[in-house]
Design a protein around this ligand. Structure first.
Ligand SMILES: Cc1cc2nc3c(=O)[nH]c(=O)nc-3n(C[C@H](O)[C@H](O)[C@H](O)COP(=O)(O)OP(=O)(O)OC[C@H]3O[C@@H](n4cnc5c(N)ncnc54)[C@H](O)[C@@H]3O)c2cc1C
Length: 381
């Protein structure tokens, strides 16, 4: 059995940011990821990020990933790839499926940065070959350089649906239509405009009604929805298409937190059940931290900031960074996180995140399971 001070599950932006902070402070850290390459979602993101220069706006996601890996390589942190954590037991012991063997890891602190999984919707024909998650299509084109199909219907107009549609066009596919059940487009206007300029129609208040074969998707029928989201008869349109991509939301991947006995809160804005945590990203199970999409689906920039918080908090709890220094550094991270949670898109996430912190505070006041209940300044306003 290998022993570490900190085990980080997930090598996406949250896990890497945490490992950089902890490793730089001298914490003996291992990062474990099931993929053959570290970086999580970052290496699929060939587009330039938004936001401020502090959040590397204008830089492509995979470049941010490369920089993080290069910084991490100077810290002495071990990175285990092709390794899936399938068990987490108090104490902490992690059960890891590492390549073709099983291994146990003992750690003083654990950070879960496992990200999120794609949602699906059922409709007649949804099990036909050719129906897939938009994230899966993005992995095919941007990581494996394989086109999933030639004529694609995208279901969902959030940022994932819009961005992946554009990347499918760049990869040489024809995006026949983007279909959105809500009356408004879900993602940023700039992404929708790029698609429209490329001639892709976006059907709002529409959904996919069925896909038909034979053998794999050959035709896709969509229809309009009324205010009660019921199909309007006579509004059906059928397209010739061999691929349907579903971009209908993400759900935090929190099985290991359930296994560890964490308390959860449900928040539909953040994707479902979220492990309750404090502003230092520690869950209701002392010594277990969370960061990134597992704490509610946001974006890579906030995942990195949360990872930094968790890395600093873990390093401080292990005595590797003095409390005062850790608090002042965490406050600076919080200031940047608050900037990310402003504006029409960010404000709802901020409110949802505040609910989680409040739940931790109420609980900590009731039964004081964590040595350090949430305290300090969250986002103002
Ligand atoms: C199409 C698309 C476009 C996006 N565009 C942007 C953008 O422009 N700007 C932005 O800021 N954000 C963007 N995002 C969002 C961003 O990618 C995510 O919010 C971010 O990657 C979350 O980081 P994370 O570290 O929490 O999770 P992830 O990046 O998903 O990493 C989690 C890692 O953990 C691994 N893992 C999970 N469970 C286990 C286990 N049991 N054992 C071992 N490994 C495990 C996963 O395989 C994965 O590698 C986009 C997302 C998508 C899908």
């Amino acid at each position: 059995m290998r022993r570490f001070e900190l085990a980080v599950v997930g090598a996406g932006p949250a896990g890497l940011a945490a490992a950089i902070e902890a490793g730089s402070a001298g914490v003996r850290t291992v990062v474990i990821d099931e993929n053959l390459k570290p970086g999580g979602q970052l290496f699929k993101q060939i587009h330039k990020f938004f936001g401020s220069s502090e959040h590397q706006a204008g830089t492509r996601g995979f470049e941010i990933g490369r920089r993080m890996l290069s910084t991490l390589s100077d810290t002495g942190v071990e990175v285990w790839l092709d390794s899936q954590v399938y068990g987490l037991f108090p104490g902490w012991t992690l059960a890891v499926n590492r390549g073709d063997r099983h291994e146990k890891v003992q750690a003083d602190r654990v950070l879960l940065a496992t990200g999120a999984s794609e949602n699906s919707i059922p409709f007649p024909g949804w099990t036909l070959p050719g129906v897939m998650g938009a994230g899966a299509a993005q992995t095919m084109i941007n990581v494996h350089r394989v086109l999933p199909g030639s004529d694609v219907v995208m279901v969902g107009s959030g940022n994932v649906g819009l961005i992946v549609s554009y990347q499918l066009l760049q990869a040489g596919a024809n995006v026949v239509a983007v279909v959105e059940a809500a009356p408004k487009i879900g993602g940023y206007g700039v992404h929708a405009s790029k698609l429209r300029r490329a001639g892709v129609p976006i059907y709002r208040s529409h959904t996919v009604l069925r896909a038909t074969g034979p053998g794999r998707v050959a035709e896709v029928t969509i229809g309009m929805l009324d205010e009660s989201w019921r199909p309007v008869s006579g509004s059906e349109r059928t397209f010739r298409a061999d691929t349907i991509c579903l971009a209908v939301g993400l759900t935090p991947l929190a099985e290991l937190a359930w296994m560890a006995g964490c308390e959860f809160i449900h928040n539909s804005r953040l994707g479902g059940f979220i492990p309750v945590h404090n502003r230092e990203m520690e869950t209701t199970t002392a010594g277990l931290f969370v960061a990134g999409d597992i704490t509610g689906v946001e974006e890579a920039s906030s995942a990195m900031e949360e990872g930094r918080l968790a890395g600093l908090a873990a390093a401080s709890s292990l005595g590797r960074i003095g409390r005062a220094e850790a608090e002042s550094r965490m406050q600076r991270v919080w200031d940047r996180l608050c900037q990310l949670r402003e504006g029409p898109f960010g404000v709802h996430r901020r409110q949802a995140k505040d609910d989680i912190l409040r739940k931790f505070e109420v609980r900590a006041g009731d039964c004081a399971t964590s040595e350090k209940p949430a305290a300090g300044k969250e986002c103002a306003g």
